[in-house]
Design a protein around this ligand. Sequence first.
Ligand code: GLV
Ligand code: MN
Ligand code: MN
Length: 418
Amino acid sequence: MTGGSAIDGRRLLARLDAFAAIGATPAGGVNRPALSAEDRAARALLASLGAARGFSISQDAAANLFLRRPGADNGRPPLLIGSHLDSQPTGGRFDGALGTLAALEVLETLEDQNIVTAGPVELVAWTNEEGSRFSPGAFGSQVYATGAFPWGWQDTVDNNGGRLADELAATLAALPQAAERPLGGSFSGYLELHIEQGPLLEREGALIGVVEGIQGTRWLEVSIEGQVAHAGTTPLADRHDAMAVAATIIARLQATVMPADANARLTVGRLTLTPGAINVIPGEVVFSIDLRHPSGPEIDRLEAEIIRLVSETAEGGGCHASVRRSMDVAPARFDKRLIGIVEDMAKRRSFSCQRMFSGAFHDALFMARLGPAAMIFVPCRGGLSHNEAEYVEPHQVIAGAQVLCDATLEAVAALAVA
Ligand code: GLV
Ligand code: MN
Ligand code: MN
């Protein structure tokens, strides 16, 4: 057993309840889209909890929100810990909130126990990790890591015509108590606690996932253009039916990509057809493809295969097609030293643990490009996430946050003398 600092599990569970009430859905989930009024309310609550403990509050131009607890030497780069507060439209109460509130619990534990860390520790709540309202996902960490906003971001709109640029400005303005800080900045390390969002830990009966890296993600937008025509009068030979072409493409992709490779993931999660009338042949169909694989070259190969299939099928169906990338994130490998610290801390608490790769993308992916980063996973019931029924047992929540706390203390000391 470690002599390390024990977190206050009850406080953390109460915080999770309080944040789950912001954007709560009748089915027990959370709808807190990035940069929405609910997201702003969650950010305001986090800032007020931080301010109450004397942490300094700041936000950058991407609305990434930071709570800083100073250390002995504040000239040292901070150790960053955190996650995100936005959710999917029918999201769960743990995705993102767990890592963000566990990071707050770590800062509060250090404060309660008067622990002086070698350097500062900063909580970060990243903006728009989900990407379901405004593409791309992991927006805030990407802007932090690259120092620049993605190309064309000002023109990005949500399904209701809301502009990303306007919503970002309103979100920044809603937190005037946060000091402005420049984008980016050096850090000694980055740690993120998250639910696994998959079934592996539960299946193996492990409490802690020691995450070694994250698979790559590519988002594509496929547009099929045909011809609007009468549903009742137009014979087969005269049809340029964009929906018939889209359906064929999707069926072919589902029948080939994942069945051929157990590591590949392909999802069509969004489809719009125009004009969308029951008795009109659709003239345009636009659908998304979420493509993932642990190997970057394999993502390239699959994308080329998709483009070939799309144009071939569209041509055969008398339509035109185009494919556009809306997000492209290469796979990442985490820092061996931080991975070792996470594993050692889990073992020191006698928590069963397992090394694994992440199927979901996370803000840690972008941080890993800039400096040492690692993640801690805890199981979720049935592996279910991006679902209102997402659930993590209280003892799993507490174990994950405890490992985050122990790893924070270990990392802030180890990386300070590096
Ligand atoms: C993150 O939300 C992902 O889609 O992996
Ligand atoms: Mn998440
Ligand atoms: Mn998510």
